[in-house]
Design a protein around this ligand. Sequence first.
Ligand code: NAP
Length: 475
Amino acid sequence: MNTWQLFKDGKWRPARSGQTYEVTNPANGEVVAVAASGDAEDAADAVRAAEAAFSAWAATPAKERAELLERLAALLEEDSEELARLITLEMGKPLAEARGEVKISADYLRWNAGEGVRAYGQMIPPPAGDKRLLTLRQPVGPVAAITPWNFPLSMVARKLGPALAAGCTVVLKPAGQTPGPAVRFCELAARAGIPDGVINLVTGPSSPIGDTLLQEEAIRKITFTGSTAVGKQLMAQAAEQVKRVSMELGGHAPLLVFEDADLDAAVAGAVSSKFRNSGQTCICANRIYVQASIAEAFTQKFKAKVDELVVGDGLQEETTIGPLINADAVDKVQEQVQDALDKGAKLIKGGRRSDREGNFYEPTVLADVDESMTITTEETFGPVAPIYVFETEEEAIAKANATPYGLAAYYYTRDLARSIRVYEGLQYGIIGCNDAVPTTAEAPFGGFKESGIGREGGPGSIDDFLETKFVSIAI
Ligand code: NAP
């Protein structure tokens, strides 16, 4: 069994209170780790360490910081098999997906290392000959990073990569259910040579730790990935001291299939987007809109493809659908499905908890779904695919946009003019056109509307961790 401690100023320590909590495997309920249960004092210690380490780290040449991040990326890759097992053990996703998560984590570190060495300022043509105007870019200061359980390693890398490349120090609070990959990340960061105090980690109950991170004046920015409800609360707290915020929040992605689409590609894309991570991603295709003339054919092919999914423990190589994170998540999925069935949806497949022990839910397909059902309005975090029918392109775009979320949207068509109209009309930060897997370290990731503020990855990924300082020199 693993033992996870707090990481403060380069030292591994139990919580000040000595308290711990158990981390369980969602596939079978077994205790797989005991983690330190830090509190407000532990969080304050971590902030002091991040504050003390800030000046030296900010002054470290960007090239040296980049080299350390490159070294850390290489260590993640060397440790890939062990890290992947840890991800699967604590959050349940199939091993193949966990390996992919390790890979993209290394990609985020390398991408941001490259961005850090190109954080240029400007020389501005002055309006008068006796002045010189310039801007430089400096790290915002120590940063608090709060990450979710569904990508317990890559969300850490996607936040700490840009923060560290920009010259910020960090206090990290990972999700309670999945501390292991974050702990391992810190161990490897120390081995890569990232100095003491630059990364600090506090595990434990979210409120006392989160409140402290928000109240501490030394913390100048909060970068958060998680639910929209918690994100709003953190934004309100951050407003007290006008801390900078980056928010990667919930999603409720539509996937539109037009009658001119390559049907097999659309079916394969819809299944892969919907059922990845057992439907527990913020960019999962949660609402599948199909044009009326192909709805029947799509539904049949879609069901046939879903029949091929293999439910099981993620540690078994053949598994493609792991457990949900906990019993509450299974209950929430069941409530959404029951609500849809009560209001007239047609059950094509699944629709119930799995007979297996653990938090498993059968891959589910619903047809005849409409706007009266909660599955249409609330984020679904489970393996349930609701299929809707539309008649016109305008109707499809309007329905896709009829949500407070605006993270990811997908569509399938072979008509170029339609394609342009659709991507221009969708109110989403990430669009997959005939592409169910748009996420990559080289491209910006983030949402419109209540899906968040800011972008992670892509050109400018470190911008949110830098302040622009303007200097006017009279000569
Ligand atoms: P969550 O409940 O909002 O938790 C996310 C993180 O916030 C966890 O570390 C959690 O700690 C912490 N937290 C909860 N309440 C807090 C508080 N009052 N103060 C400080 N921290 C607090 O979300 P989740 O269930 O872990 O993750 C799923 C959600 O994340 C979904 O809505 C999904 O769409 C979203 N998500 C978005 C993206 C994106 O990039 N846009 C990516 C992945 C996931 P504890 O675990 O200890 O409670």
